[in-house]
Write a protein that binds this ligand. Structure first.
Ligand SMILES: NC(=O)c1ccc[n+]([C@@H]2O[C@H](COP(=O)([O-])OP(=O)(O)OC[C@H]3O[C@@H](n4cnc5c(N)ncnc54)[C@H](O)[C@@H]3O)[C@@H](O)[C@H]2O)c1
Ligand SMILES: [Zn+2]
Ligand SMILES: [Zn+2]
Length: 370
């Protein structure tokens, strides 16, 4: 079938909205009519040349839609099902899947990072006949996507597509870091660096743990205001204050028990670590530009028993967590709609990425795709 998709070719070329040919789903694949796609900083990394993807590629890995057709062997989905797309279409068989950590699936990682389907090929052709890749095996900045059936998680059809799309990355990543990877204990002081889609999701997840102080750092006055509405007890504007000093002041010189980094900068990871109280844990959620390195004092690590750990996709299991998170949203425990800023069309993506690069978005940008 013919469809429109936003193609990325190189950081020096603008995203190009083109008519492309999308194949039928093959064995264990489904074709999804995309209704909404969120704009994540991980797409921006590719666009800015900070991460590699295989061009030409349809970016977008946060998406929701309705199953249009299913390939042979798909028993779990039928046309008409509403799905949220997962960027770790886990195999169910490798040692990580078998041990309950599908977010680390070896098979999904190998395919997703090569931007291909599980059989190693692609499903999209440009007008000029080039094989077009799908970013992280999703490619949601398009009218349709063919994805592995394991990467399409069936959810109820009664949720705003904008909210559902964000569950595909920012929300599961952020909430999951706070409730799966390393939950704070009630009363703990918690620090969240970064109040974008991921960081504010960490805030919502951390709030469920009844923390003592919940301190949020960002550069944007409006994001910090939103963080306070979502449960932050204190905010620090990193443009105006030294983050480590400000956290020490707020915690009686002790530091925080848990710090989540959700910016994606080496310096912010170092700040998260520096802000820890003895026995504390820093969770690296943000993902830095390729090649960035951090520097920490290992003496402090041993002497104060500090832990530095990572969190991929919120240490989540999409087939369980997407539904669990949407249920918590429906019950008012996670006001996910508050994350959404502008709602735009596919033709407005370049502007959305420009705003993300300049840090001027008013919230998560959602692309509505009629
Ligand atoms: N671990 C995972 O599985 C995973 C999944 C998705 C995204 N990510 C990563 O998470 C990070 C955040 O993604 P996002 O989509 O929320 O990005 P975003 O652009 O929406 O938000 C980033 C926020 O950081 C703030 N910021 C920038 N510089 C800062 C500084 N020096 N100090 C404090 N705040 C600063 C910005 O103002 C912005 O509010 C990115 O690195 C992204 O690649 C990781
Ligand atoms: Zn993402
Ligand atoms: Zn696996």
């Amino acid at each position: 079938m013919q469809m429109k998709a936003a193609l990325f070719r190189s950081p020096s070329e603008p995203l190009s909205l083109e008519a492309v040919e999308l194949a039928d789903p093959r064995e264990h694949e489904v074709r999804v009519k995309i209704s909404a796609a969120g704009v994540c900083h991980s797409d921006y990394r590719v666009l800015a040349g900070e991460w590699n993807a295989v061009p030409p590629v349809v970016l977008g890995h946060e998406g929701t839609g309705v199953v249009e057709s299913v390939g042979p062997g798909v028993a779990s989905l039928v046309p008409g099902d509403t799905v949220v797309l997962s960027w770790t279409p886990s195999c169910g068989l490798c040692c990580y899947c078998a041990s309950g950590r599908p977010q680390l699936c070896q098979v999904a990682a190998a395919n997703a990072y090569r931007n291909v389907m599980p059989d190693g090929s692609t499903r999209i052709r440009s007008g000029a006949g080039e094989a077009v890749h799908s970013y992280l095996s999703v490619g949601s900045f398009a009218e349709y996507a063919v994805v592995p059936a394991y990467g399409a998680i069936k959810v109820g059809g009664d949720v705003d597509p904008g909210v559902a799309s964000l569950v595909g990355c920012a929300v599961t990543t952020g909430v999951g870091a706070a409730i799966n990877t390393h939950p704070a204990a009630p009363g703990d002081s918690v620090l969240v660096l970064g109040a974008g889609g991921v960081g504010l999701s960490v805030v919502m997840g951390a709030r469920l743990q009844s923390p003592g102080k919940l301190i949020v750092v960002d550069l944007s006055v409006s994001k910090l205001a939103l963080a306070r509405e979502l449960g932050a007890t204190h905010t620090i504007n990193a443009r105006q204050e030294d983050v480590v000093e400000a956290v020490r002041d707020l915690t009686g010189e002790r530091g925080v028990e848990v710090a989540y980094e959700a910016v994606g900068r080496a310096a912010s990871v170092e700040q998260a670590y520096e802000c820890l109280a003895p026995g504390g844990t820093a969770v690296v959620v943000g993902q830095v530009a390729t090649g960035e390195r951090i520097s920490i004092d290992p003496m402090r690590m041993s002497g104060r028993e500090l832990t530095l750990t990572g969190s991929n996709y919120g240490s989540g299991r999409p087939s369980i967590d997407f539904l669990r998170i949407l249920d918590m949203h429906a019950r008012g425990l996670l006001p996910l709609d508050r994350l959404i800023g502008d709602r735009v069309g596919l033709a407005d993506l370049a502007e959305a990425f420009r705003a993300m690069g300049e840090g001027t978005t008013s919230g998560r940008v959602v692309v509505d795709i009629p």
